[in-house]
Design a binder for this molecule. Structure first.
Ligand code: TSX
Ligand code: MN
Length: 595
């Protein structure tokens, strides 16, 4: 080991992990540029990384074709009783799961180095931040953690001074026998992958996968699943939300936190540049928000991450120019295609498709090829500071005060562009019933409706019914200082299957109305589903939307909404006894308003 660790819990955990996993070496990370470069040199030499000559300090990784995404079937919330994990989580009893995983971990790091990665989720020293330590045998994990979290010897110093941490044990599950040549992306077969969470003891054990949320344990595992359970116990919120700041022409700031299921363009919204004159938008985070009640009685949010782990396909100068400018240099690309001149490429990146590529599996590719050049879940990893519209206050230790919560989903019909909740309880109902139609980008048949409460279905580390109770309790505590709650749908289509709303920069028109609602400046009309802008309430200046299209976009079809009720009832029934009574009442009220 390269340094002495004074934190007793950390020292004994490292020794315990080493005794079990039997690595050839142990290395404690310091998060420096030299460390990153050294690591990347090794990854280049071993053939795991490819240097991209077109972008400075940027690299391409190709995963094993079986290890390309989060594995929800192999993700477990291991509480002492199955009931506590709730209906949205896989469960195995802690003793059984640990016994199985200890068997897998035994000798799993033979022939490899065990990296100890001390990191902070949130600005180091912020009262909202948490420290984690990831032990991993993947150098790819180390370089990604450098970008996505604050890896630093400053964190080790805090640990030495006695601060607590969340242990995150990770192995790719591929010991390297002596003399055997390594493969570019070692990992274990699907049936031995386990992404395990022990929320009662703030512990994460991950085995068998090197990809994304399965392996970069600060993100979904710590900042959402473990943090959500901690937040409930400690009275705060850990949410799957982007955070942005809107500034009005008068210079007034509004902070928005928004939750969307996958394939709704959350990163695009987080970096959106308004089309409405005089309004400014800055990004604070694109995926996770940790929020605490401040001394002023308001909710203050931080982004616990320090980078973007964004889906590449579909990202272009037309859908997200700010993301494109974020990834000009110092980027890790995973499962993108490789161009002949040494750049990364993906479907939707450019109007012109290159005549020849090496696809994400390392094979020659031409436009005639049937398969995608980049995997649909291909990613870029880039530091948040590289985003041209990153908010100057994105690392403020006290966070930013949230004015507005937005929930949303992708619906081709039924759901109008925007509506406002009548109350906090009604807003929680909107979050609890949020739904999206599945697209080819996510799993399930295209067009199926999937309920994804608060976009937290895969990420809530405890019983979702208790989660809904927690949101109701937070509303009571915040009282009149609670953020306003809205629901949006950018994806409604007309009878010809064309999108009614231009989306992207024009979503600022919707956000502007929300801000004016907060200030009591904009009007709204009562509808059975919530408060909606009248046509004169939305700033549509310069838009070529026809009045009939606008009416269709804003229409609430009573028959269609009544037809939604049985699905909401079935969804609520999955929470059993733990469904808050107040949400049953919200459903009854909706039914009454629909008449
Ligand atoms: O990200 C999207 N947003 C949010 C942007 C801030 N997308 C992409 C979704 C896939 C991840 C959108 N797609 C949005 C949107 O608001 N809206 C749509 C649908 C749409 C697509 C294309 C056009 C209009 C709407 N227009 C033309 O193609 C010209
Ligand atoms: Mn996410």
């Amino acid at each position: 080991m390269n340094v002495t660790v004074k934190n007793k819990k950390l020292d004994s955990w490292i020794k315990e992990a080493a005794a079990m996993c039997q690595p050839d070496a142990i290395y404690v990370c310091d998060g420096t540029r030299e460390e990153y470069d050294r690591m990347m040199s090794k990854l280049l030499a071993s053939g795991s990384a490819i240097s991209l000559t077109k972008r400075s300090n940027s690299y391409l990784f190709r995963s094993d074709p079986s290890d390309v995404a989060r594995v929800e079937d192999r993700t477990f919330i291991s509480t002492s009783s199955k009931e506590e994990a709730g209906p949205t989580n896989n469960w195995i009893a802690p003793a059984e799961l640990k016994a199985t995983m200890r068997g897998l971990y035994k000798g799993c790091m033979k022939g490899r180095t065990m990296y100890v990665i001390p990191f902070s989720m949130g600005p180091i020293g912020s009262p909202i931040s948490k420290i984690g330590v990831e032990i991993s045998d993947s150098p790819y994990v180390v370089v990604n953690m450098h970008i996505m979290t604050r890896v630093s010897s400053k964190v080790l110093a805090l640990l030495d001074a006695g601060e607590d941490f969340i242990p995150c044990l990770h192995s790719i599950g591929a010991p390297l026998p002596p003399g055997q040549k390594d493969v570019p992306w070692p990992c274990a077969p699907m049936e031995s992958k386990y992404i395990s969470h022990f929320p009662e003891e703030n512990l994460i054990w991950s085995y068998g996968s090197g990809y994304g949320g399965n392996a970069l344990l600060g993100k979904k595992c710590l900042a959402l699943r473990i943090a959500s359970a901690m937040a409930r116990r400690e009275g705060w919120l850990a949410e799957h939300m982007l955070i942005l700041r809107l500034t009005s022409p008068e210079g007034k700031q509004y902070h928005i936190a928004a939750a969307f299921p996958s394939a709704c363009g959350k990163t695009n919204l987080a970096m959106m540049q308004p089309s409405v004159k005089g309004w400014k938008c800055e990004c604070i985070g694109d995926d996770i928000a940790w929020m605490k009640v401040g001394g002023d009685g308001r909710l203050h949010a931080i982004n616990p991450e320090s980078g973007f782990f964004g889906v590449a396909p579909g990202t272009s100068y037309s859908t997200n120019p700010m993301a494109m400018d974020t990834i000009g240099k110092n980027v890790i690309f995973t499962n993108c295609a490789l161009t002949d001149d040494g750049d990364a490429w993906w479907e939707g990146m450019t109007d012109d498709v290159p005549a020849h590529l090496i696809d994400w599996k390392g094979r020659d590719w031409t436009p005639e090829s049937k398969a995608d050049a980049a995997h649909p879940n291909a990613r870029f990893t880039a530091h948040a500071s590289q985003c041209p519209v990153i908010c100057k206050d994105w690392e403020k230790p006290e966070g930013v005060p949230i004015d507005i919560f937005i929930f949303g989903g992708r619906r081709g019909s039924v759901v109008p562009l925007v509506y406002e909740a009548y109350s906090w309880e009604h807003g929680v109902f909107l979050g609890a019933t949020a739904a999206s139609e599945t697209t080819s980008a996510n799993i399930g048949a295209v067009g199926n409706l999937r309920r994804d409460p608060f976009a937290m279905k895969p990420f809530c580390g405890y019983h979702m019914g208790d989660y809904l109770h927690h949101w109701l309790a937070m509303g009571e505590r915040l009282g009149s200082r609670a953020p306003r709650i809205f629901y949006v749908n950018w994806f409604r289509k007309n009878g010809d299957g064309k999108f009614l709303w231009p989306g992207f920069s024009d979503n600022s028109r919707v956000l502007k109305w929300m801000c004016e609602r907060v200030d009591g400046k904009a009007g709204a009309r009562e509808t059975p589903i919530g408060l909606m802008p009248r046509e004169e309430d939305l700033d549509l200046a310069g838009l070529s939307l026809t009045p009939p299209d606008m009416q269709e976009l804003m229409s609430v079809n009573i028959a269609e909404w009544k037809a939604e009720i049985p699905d909401i009832e079935a969804h609520f029934a999955t929470f059993g006894e733990r469904l808050p009574e107040r949400l049953k009442h919200q459903l009854q009220d909706l039914v009454k308003r629909l008449g």
